[in-house]
Design a protein around this ligand. Structure first.
Ligand SMILES: Cc1cc2nc3c(=O)[nH]c(=O)nc-3n(C[C@H](O)[C@H](O)[C@H](O)COP(=O)(O)OP(=O)(O)OC[C@H]3O[C@@H](n4cnc5c(N)ncnc54)[C@H](O)[C@@H]3O)c2cc1C
Length: 419
């Protein structure tokens, strides 16, 4: 038995590729090594399935700092709004949440995965679960997919949609890179992105801030001249090994890249009060001190920043719990404001790729045709999803990239082999 198109990998990119190939008349097989389809898709967005993002296309591309611009031509064919229509046409109503993130109204990730499975069924895609692809033999007229049990399946075109290497228990164990190399492709260096960061600062080691969450702070990664490379205003949390939370995840790839350039310790700047100027803070604190010189300084500052952060900053500035406002020097006030708005600390790495949300690096986009996802190195071979050197922030951007590249790969694989 031979196929027009075999799609390897049942994540969002492979599901979309298989549906699209079958919709375009291809006799299609989908091969997934796990027991279930869409495992990582189902755990995205905190388990409710962050299907896509409805910000304008330009913004979506900006939120894909890893080669998002490569997606311009793909987006002109199928974009985030088309993803929304695609799901709504299958009866999955979506709702918008913060930052444009789109979720099923039902809040059920499984409803999204089930809709995709039903569509595969309708289109008579031959779905093989618990089937592991070992390798692919590429030939002039057809390719052969070789399974781990030795079985060989012949197909005219192959779509590789096996994801990256992040969170491997979902099935994405990086198997596809070797098959891409075999087809003549270059794999750029793989690294963790959207990942928590580690630090050996004393306040991390002694756990004085562990568990403290800061809301809506501004966090920057600094270059060698102490200028911000990137800044994100979101929430963050101190952990037992370093820092995590949305602002940290977004900054993480820039830290990882600085470390890849040989910097061991990378400075980060935390502004806990990004919406207030230093001057305004200074005026506010000075007038509190003038009005209540006998009050404890700590009580005067209460509520400006979270209590544990305030206690930490006061200790750093050698201010006692009960020290009266009248006894605090102007220099100390200035220094405390610096710590609130310009607190610099060092990070020395990240958790490993296995613990990252997304893989940085992958099959280089230079060797992929941007409006078809076709390999420039081997005929009738297509790539889509996280295996490509494309990575975005969490918030629906990676899934958007997976669906969009999957759509193009599936349509074009079918069109190439069906005459
Ligand atoms: C916890 C978590 C939360 C996330 N949240 C978000 C979010 O909110 N927004 C967002 O945009 N992104 C999020 N992501 C990232 C997003 O889920 C991925 O980028 C996306 O799933 C990638 O899709 P994919 O189809 O390329 O690969 P995957 O979803 O990784 O699917 C690849 C599939 O290929 C199969 N496979 C692998 N090797 C073989 C083989 N040899 N034979 C057969 N099958 C094989 C795997 O079993 C797997 O099912 C999150 C990731 C994680 C881990």
């Amino acid at each position: 038995m031979s196929y027009d198109v075999i799609v390897i990998g049942g994540g969002p990119s492979g599901l979309m590729a298989a549906i699209s190939a079958a919709e375009h008349g291809a006799k299609t097989m989908l091969i997934e090594k796990g027991k279930k389809l869409g495992k990582k898709l189902a755990i995205s967005g905190g388990g409710r399935c962050n299907v896509t993002n409805r910000l304008p296309q330009e913004e979506v591309i900006k939120h894909i700092p890893g080669n998002g611009k490569f997606l311009y031509s793909a987006f002109s064919i199928f974009n985030n709004y088309d993803i929304i229509d695609f799901f709504e046409n299958m009866g999955i109503q979506l709702k918008e949440e913060d930052h444009g993130r789109m979720f099923p109204v039902s809040n059920s990730a499984q409803s999204v995965v089930n809709a995709l499975i039903d569509r595969l069924d309708e289109l008579h895609v031959n779905v093989n679960l618990q089937t592991v692809v070992k390798t692919i033999h590429y030939d002039e007229n057809e390719h052969t997919v070789i399974l781990s049990d030795g079985q060989k399946i012949v197909t005219k075109a192959v779509v590789i949609a096996v994801g990256g290497k992040a969170v491997p228990h979902t099935g994405s164990t990086g198997d596809g890179y070797a098959w891409a190399k075999k087809a003549g492709h270059t794999i750029t260096v793989l690294y963790p992105t959207e990942v928590a960061l580690t630090s050996n600062e004393a306040f991390i080691k002694n756990k004085s801030l562990q568990g403290l969450s800061l809301r809506n702070v501004s966090l920057s990664v600094l270059n060698k001249k102490n200028k911000p490379i990137i800044t994100h205003q979101m929430d963050m949390i101190f952990t037992h090994f370093g820092i995590s939370g949305p602002a940290v995840l977004r900054c993480s790839q820039f830290v990882v890249k600085e470390r890849m350039k040989g910097r061991k310790q990378v400075p980060m700047l935390l502004d806990a009060l990004p919406d207030e100027t230093e001057e305004a803070l200074n005026n506010k604190i000075s007038s509190f001190m003038k009005d209540s010189p006998k009050k404890s300084f700590k009580n005067l500052l209460k509520g400006m920043v979270p209590e544990r952060l305030l206690a930490f900053i006061l200790v750093r500035n050698a201010v006692d719990e009960n020290q009266k406002a009248a006894n605090i020097s102007k220099e100390t006030v200035r220094s405390i404001i610096q710590d609130m708005k310009n607190f610099i600390f060092y990070v020395d790495g990240s958790l490993p790729l296995e613990k990252a949300f997304v893989t940085g690096g992958g099959v280089t986009i230079k060797e992929i045709v941007p409006n078809t996802m076709q390999s420039k190195m081997t005929d009738r071979l297509y790539f889509c999803g996280e295996i490509l050197d494309i990575h975005g922030y969490t918030g629906g951007y990676n899934i958007t990239s997976a669906f969009v590249t999957g759509r193009l790969a599936g349509i074009n694989a079918a069109q190439e082999v069906i005459h």
